[in-house]
Design a protein around this ligand. Sequence first.
Ligand SMILES: [Zn+2]
Length: 311
Amino acid sequence: MNNLKRKNIKISIIISILAASLLSLLFLGKYLRLEKIYQVFNKLNSLELKSDNNEYNMCVHFLDVGKADCIYIKCEDKHILIDAANKDVSSGVVEYLCRQNVDKLDLVIATHPHSDHIGQMHDVINSFEIDNFVMSEIPQKIIPTFTTYKKMLKSIQDKQLKIKLVHAGEKFTLGNLKINILSPCRQYDNLNNNSVVMRLEYGNDSFIFMGDAEKEAENDMVKSNLNLDSTVLKVGHHGSSTSTTKDFLEKVAPEFSIISVGKNIHKLPKKNIIKRIKKTGSKVYRTDTHGTIILRTNGKGIDVLTERRIA
Ligand SMILES: [Zn+2]
C-alpha cells in the first residue's frame, strides 16, 4: 500500500466518524426537543387538574406552545379551536383536546396558513369530527407552498370537509356565543394581514382573536363601524411591532391582553408593545412567562388561571 492510498483511507475513516457523530447529535437533538415538547403538554395536564373549570360555562385556553398560536375554547357544550400550533410534535394538540374530552369540534378556525398556526391542523382534522372549518380567502399570488399547508389541504380533501371562507362583517351564533368576523375586509398582499380576526361575545364578556393581523388590517378595522370594544384581546402577531397600533388598542380597550409567544430570534414580544398595552390599563399575560393561560367566565367577568405565577 503506498502512502497516498493510506492517506486516502485515513481521510475516509475520519469522514465516516464525523458523519456518524453528526447523525447521532441530530438524533439526540431531535429526541431532546420532542421530550421538551411532551413535557409542555404533560405540564398542561397538571394545570387542568388544578383548575375547577366545571364551575364556569366558558373556558378559553391559550396553550403554551412557544411562538405559535393554539387556543381551545369550550363554551357550554360547544368546542372551538383557533389554530393548531407549530408542527414540532404531531400529537400534541390532539392529545390536549382528547384530555379535555373533546370528541367533536363545532368550529375550527385556521387564521392564516403559516406553520406556527396550522402546524398540527392536519392531525386535528384527521382526529375529530368537525362541523365548521373557517379560513379567509388568500390571494392567488401569495398562496403558500409549505408542506404544512399542503398537508392541511389534503386532510380537508380526504375528509371532504367544506371550507367556509369568511369576510369582515359576517355574523353567526354558536349556541349562546355570538361570533363577529372583524377581518379581513379586503385582500392584502401578506399572509398575516389576511388572518381571520374574530370577536366572540358571551354574556357581558367579549374576546378578540387577532391571528397575526398587522397594522394595515387593524387600520381597516378601526375605520369600519364594527364593534371592537372587548374585555380580552389576543394580541396580534405574538407581540410584534407590526401590530397593536395605538388607535386599534384605544378602540378595543381590553381589560386583559394575552400574548402567545415563546423563545424566538425576533425578541418578541417587543417592549414598546407591552408598554403601549400596559399604558391603557390592560393586564398583560404571556404564555412564555405565565405558561398556559385559562380564562374562565359565566358571562359576568373573567377569572384568570395561569400555569405559573409571576410576581
Ligand atoms: Zn404567527
